[in-house]
Design a protein around this ligand. Sequence first.
Ligand code: NDP
Ligand code: MG
Length: 347
Amino acid sequence: MKTPNQRKKRVYSEADMSPVSPLAKKQLAVLGFGSQGHAHALNLKDSGHNVIIGLYPGSKSIQVAESKGFTVLPVESAVCQADVIFVALPDTKQARVFVENILPHLTKGKTLLFSHGFSIHFKTIIPPKGVNIVMVAPKGPGHVVRSQYVEGKGVPSLIAVYQGGTKAKNIALGWAHGIGATRAGVLETSFKEETETDLFGEQTVLCGGLSSLVMAGFETLVEAGYSPEMAYFECLHEVKLIADLMNESGIAGMRFSISETAKWGDVSVGPKIINAGVKKRMAVALKNIQSGKFARDWIKEYNGGYKRYDALLARDAGHLIEKTGARLRGLMPWMKKRAIKGAQASY
Ligand code: NDP
Ligand code: MG
């Protein structure tokens, strides 16, 4: 493995935070109340900050946010009232909402905050001068940002400043502190680095890579005549147990807990499955991200009405692994039941 020389990144923790938050006395607005939006809003409120929510008329989340004690306003009014505005909207929708509902009310000195650099890095949003542009990107799904905070823990996060210098950076740090991220560690990065690594991770390892790996394993066993229930436990259910061990103590820590036979299979067979060919295709995916091709294709898909996106999701939703899993998870009453359709509404 090639390892270019790199400086160690500074990590901010609770000890680096001043007792008076840079967000004290500021009005904060969260636009959207989905995965990230609900988590940031609730954590910041519980950390003692003033948070309002901006949503579009008819949003299914208005009632949910109000039931959690928030004042919910149209996006324009929330932007007018707030000093710091978190754009917690889907990446593809941010550009239109920015031009129509945010920009006209974005006066100098306000701060626009993102939790992913897509719109700024790929320039679907061109921010005006005099407005701070920052990022606080938790390295975890929104519901985990919330549940970890409630448990007194936090999700490690990245901060970045695109515009606004030290003042803007302090606001980002204050926000990261307010959502509980400094409990776990906050790294400073750039919009470019966050965007490219985040897209790469979710496409090739965390979401795309893992889903495809799990389904390929499941299909191989079922096609060889083994029962779908066996294949489900082997290739999906146990993923969490292994991933938890890796998360706690790395690959070596995971290997400490598994049998010698499993370890031998791991080191001798694993690299033949996920081999140099996979790394080559990963490099292609990374190139497509860096060149902006992935972003252009994704925006085209959105503009075309999400036809292929919906079809691919529907194909996988009908996979035997989902039906098998629903039945088996039903036997485990402690498994969290989540309404997948309209999931945001149940936050
Ligand atoms: P979601 O799709 O979960 O939620 C989007 C929210 O925006 C919903 O509440 C939706 O309303 C609302 N919304 C949609 N259109 C408008 C509009 N025109 N005006 C106001 N509100 C609107 O988004 P995510 O939380 O997944 O993504 C938000 C950002 O966070 C993205 O930049 C993403 O990349 C980033 N991110 C997400 C992570 C995650 O865990 N999901 C992880 C890290 C970063 P309604 O409820 O009615 O649908
Ligand atoms: Mg992402």
